[in-house]
Each structure stands twice: as structure tokens, then as C-alpha cells.
Design a protein around this ligand. Structure first.
Ligand SMILES: Nc1ncnc2c1ncn2[C@@H]1O[C@H](COP(=O)(O)OP(=O)(O)OP(=O)(O)O)[C@@H](O)[C@H]1O
Ligand SMILES: [Mg+2]
Length: 449
């Protein structure tokens, strides 16, 4: 293969020379120009394999240059160099598909790594190998969603970390899976972890793994999820709920691309792409000191906000019809289509639970309907039934009880005697409560520090 050609753009002539020398020494063909305007001329004459540009430049800046390149030469990856403290600008730039960015001053080795990664990603014939069905499961005709998917498709081919925000049930996980499918990592695992659903110790050992004897109950070596996703993507769901100590550990792992299982002395190199989601406002969490800023910038290289269903009502009919077809077939029910008034009812409903809730309502309607045409009264009942379910006292009690027990177990680190005492129940009563909720005290035990 010919040496890749790099176009370097920087308005600092000294730096430009140093970089050209370094890159030439590494065997790249280098052309350097001192302004974005000149870069566009150079691009028009000969397309490089990669553009490396400064962010802040007099005249046209690095972001504007990137915008021009991605419009005219979408196949050319762009890496943006940023001076210290300007990461947020770079973050904005990467949102639109920049291949990478690197903060100045940087080590030659980091720059090379960034370049190699961008070239590797770009070199893989992803456009042809990606299963065009990557977004098949995302049913939509909303322009806002289409815009998200277009951007997602572009970003998928980079290794950039992605943060997905949106109300509950809007399809955050579905989008994460789609991004993985559209990426060069599609053949490797997609591993999802819910950071809000587990006590801290368990989450730690799940993510990072452990070696035999690292703590009581560690009977054999266990690779963490980060390790088992090697070559693929890790989806960190509810990242806003990740405990502070693990945030530090995760950040280090991402910086060094290595994990050290609990109790291990050696680190293991990993190659994973991080996708995460949250329904929390991370900027607010950060302002209140609950979420680390450095981790936020690592994870939020690109971010997507999935619009709520009420803000894309044009999707309601499409989704409802799709779910109807799927569910009627699955349960062998007669329902085939919605009556016009039934559809109108759904189009005008509030959908606080978004697509998930719509799906549940259609599922009920399919179950309730004895006719091919699902009437508005059936849909009305399905919606009411749903709304009631949300408010059902029994369910609310059950849910509260479970949350209460989890809190107790976390607090006592799985110490039953102590937990039972706090709950003012005897041990056996307490045990049967746990049993009813499928909770295992051992899961809350702390591994020794
Ligand atoms: N655009 C869509 N087309 C088809 N199905 C969808 C779409 N969006 C979401 N769904 C379905 O809605 C349900 C919820 O989606 P998903 O789990 O991805 O949402 P979420 O945003 O991760 O929710 P939560 O915040 O509760 O974790 C799933 O059954 C998913 O298949
Ligand atoms: Mg989810």
C-alpha cells in the first residue's frame, strides 16, 4: 500500500514544520498549508487520505473547514487539534462526524494513534460490508428522527464515544444497537450493562471482572463485560447512575484502553467502543458534582437526543400499525388494522412512556379485539387499562417494597441480620420478602478493598 497522504493545516508555521517532519519520519506523505482556505485549494487539486487541522485559526477555522470537507469530500476523515480548554468546541465539531480530535500539546505517539485509528476506520470498506438493515428496527418517518439516524450512520463508522439522551421508552437502546450494527464492529459483541440496576460492588466486578479469590464468592476468574466486548461495543445504560468511584475507574480504563480485573496485578488491553445512554440531565449532574466532567467529555464526543413521541406524532400511526401486525401475528389474533377514530385517539394521546408505552397499548388492544378492525372503544380501553396499571396501588406498593429492600441491602452490604433489624422484621420474614422479590443478599456483599 502507498504511504497515506496527510494534509496538515495550522496557522502556526513553527508547529506546522515540526508536525510535517514528525509525520514524514513515520512514513506519511505530508502536505502542509497555513490556512483553511489554502487547505480547500489543496483538496480540490488532490484528495489526501486524512486532514489534520488546527481548530482556532484566523479566517476560516477548523470547524468550518471540517464542515466544508464533509460536504464536498465526505470520505476524507478529519482530525481536529484543539488548544487546552477548548474541548467543548471540539465536542461540538465531533457531533457532526469528525474522525477524532486531539488536545494540544500532544505526544507524538498519541497523534499517531489518533491518525492510525482514523485511517483504519476509513480504510475498512464499511459502506459495502455494513448490513444495510442496520436501522430496520427503527421505524420512523419523522424528519427529526431521520436527522438523528443520518448522523448516527456517519458516526457509527468512527470509534467516537456516543451519548444518547431521551425520555424513557424513546428508543435509546435501539439506537445504540443500530449504531453498533452500522459500525465496523458489527461482527463483534454488543454488550449492554445497566449502571443503575446493580449495587456498586456488583457493577464493578461485572464491568471490570475479577480473579479467583479476589473476594469471598469469587470462585474462579471472571472476565469483565468490558473485556468480553473486546472488538465490539459496550452499551452503558443509565450512565448517570454510575457511582463516583466507578466513574474514576471507567475514565482510567477509557484513557488507557486497559482493564485491571479486581484482585489482578496485570492489566489487559481492550478495544471497545463506548455507547451510553441516560434519561438524566448530565450537565446538571455535573454542575452538582455528581458526574465527573472529564468522564463526561470522554463519553460525550458525539451526542444524540431522541425526540419524545409527542414531538413526532407523524410516527405514531406508522409504529402502531407495525406493532399491530407484529403482535397479531405473534398471538394469532384477528386484528388487522385500526379504525380511523381508534388511530385518531392514539395520535392525540400523551404517551409519557413514549414508544414503549405505545407498544404496550397496541399489545392490549390486539388482545382485546375480536375483530379485524380494532375499534376506538378497544383502544380506549387499552389506554385506560394502561393508565390504571400505572396507578394501581398494588403495583406501586410492590415496586416501593422492592426499592426499599434494595436500598436496605445496599446500605447493609447484604447483612441480613442488620437489614432485618432496620426493617423491623424477623430474619425469616425478611428472607421471604427478599425471596418474593427475587433478591439475593450475596449480590450486595462487598468484596474486600
Ligand atoms: N423507532 C422505533 N421503532 C420501533 N420500535 C421502537 C422504536 N423506538 C423504540 N422502540 C421500541 O420501544 C421499546 C423501548 O425502546 P428502548 O428500550 O430502546 O427505549 P429506551 O429509551 O432505552 O427506554 P428506557 O429509557 O426506558 O431505557 C422497545 O420495545 C423498542 O423496540
Ligand atoms: Mg433503555
Amino acid at each position: 500500500m502507498n504511504a497515506p497522504n496527510i494534509l496538515v493545516v495550522d496557522d502556526d508555521p513553527a508547529l506546522l514544520r515540526v508536525m510535517a517532519l514528525r509525520l514524514e519520519k513515520e512514513g506519511f506523505g505530508v502536505q502542509s498549508v497555513d490556512s483553511a482556505e489554502r487547505a480547500l485549494v489543496a483538496l480540490a487539486l488532490k484528495l489526501p487520505d486524512l486532514v489534520l487541522t488546527d481548530l482556532r485559526m484566523a479566517g476560516m477555522d477548523g470547524m468550518a473547514l471540517f464542515a466544508a470537507i464533509s460536504k464536498r469530500y465526505p470520505g476524507v476523515p478529519v482530525i481536529i487539534m484543539t488548544a487546552h480548554g477548548t474541548i467543548p468546541d471540539a465536542v461540538k465539531a465531533t457531533r457532526r462526524g469528525v474522525a477524532g480530535f486531539i488536545g494540544k500539546p500532544f505526544e507524538a505517539k498519541d497523534l499517531l494513534e489518533e491518525i492510525q485509528r482514523a485511517l483504519r476506520v476509513n480504510a475498512s470498506p464499511r459502506a459495502s460490508t455494513v448490513d444495510e438493515g442496520w436501522r430496520d428496527e427503527m421505524v420512523t418517518r419523522s424528519p427529526a428522527m431521520e436527522a438523528v439516524l443520518r448522523e448516527a450512520r456517519m458516526v457509527a463508522s468512527t470509534d467516537a464515544s456516543v451519548l444518547i439522551q431521551g425520555e424513557s421508552g424513546t428508543g435509546k437502546e435501539l439506537l445504540a444497537r443500530a449504531i453498533h450494527k452500522a459500525s465496523a464492529r458489527a461482527g463483534a459483541p454488543f454488550v449492554a450493562v445497566n449502571c443503575g440496576a446493580m449495587p456498586e460492588n456488583l457493577l464493578e466486578s461485572e464491568l471490570f471482572g475479577y480473579i479467583k479469590g479476589a473476594f469471598t464468592g469469587a470462585l474462579r476468574d471472571s472476565p469483565g463485560l468490558l473485556q468480553s466486548a473486546h472488538g465490539g461495543s459496550v452499551f452503558l445504560d443509565e450512565i448517570g447512575d454510575m457511582p463516583a468511584a466507578l466513574q474514576v475507574k471507567l475514565l482510567r480504563t477509557l484513557q488507557e484502553r486497559k482493564v485491571r480485573p479486581l484482585g489482578a496485578t496485570r492489566e489487559i488491553a481492550i478495544d471497545v467502543r463506548i455507547l451510553c445512554a441516560t434519561h438524566r440531565d448530565l450537565e446538571k449532574e455535573m454542575a452538582q458534582g455528581r458526574f465527573r466532567e472529564d468522564l463526561f467529555y470522554r463519553l460525550n464526543v458525539v451526542s444524540f437526543v431522541i425526540p419524545a413521541l409527542k414531538d413526532r406524532r407523524e410516527d405514531i400511526a406508522l409504529l402502531a400499525n407495525g406493532f399491530l401486525k407484529e403482535l397479531a401475528a405473534r398471538y394469532s389474533r384477528p386484528a388487522r388494522h385500526f379504525a380511523a377514530e381508534a388511530m385518531e385517539l392514539m395520535m392525540n394521546a400523551r404517551w409519557p412512556g413514549n414508544v414503549r408505552q405505545l407498544r404496550n397499548v397496541v399489545e392490549k388492544a390486539v388482545a382485546l379485539s375480536a375483530e379485524a378492525t380494532v375499534s376506538s372503544s378497544v383502544v380506549e380501553r387499552a389506554i385506560k387499562h394502561q393508565a390504571q396499571e400505572v396507578a394501581s396501588l398494588d403495583d406501586a406498593k410492590k415496586e416501593f417494597e422492592r426499592e426499599y429492600l434494595v436500598r436496605l441491602l445496599k446500605q447493609t452490604r447484604g447483612n441480613i441480620t442488620q437489614a432485618a433489624k432496620l426493617a423491623q422484621r424477623n430474619r425469616s420474614e425478611f428472607y421471604s420478602l427478599l425471596h418474593r422479590h427475587g433478591l439475593e443478599p450475596a449480590d450486595f456483599k462487598a468484596p474486600p478493598p
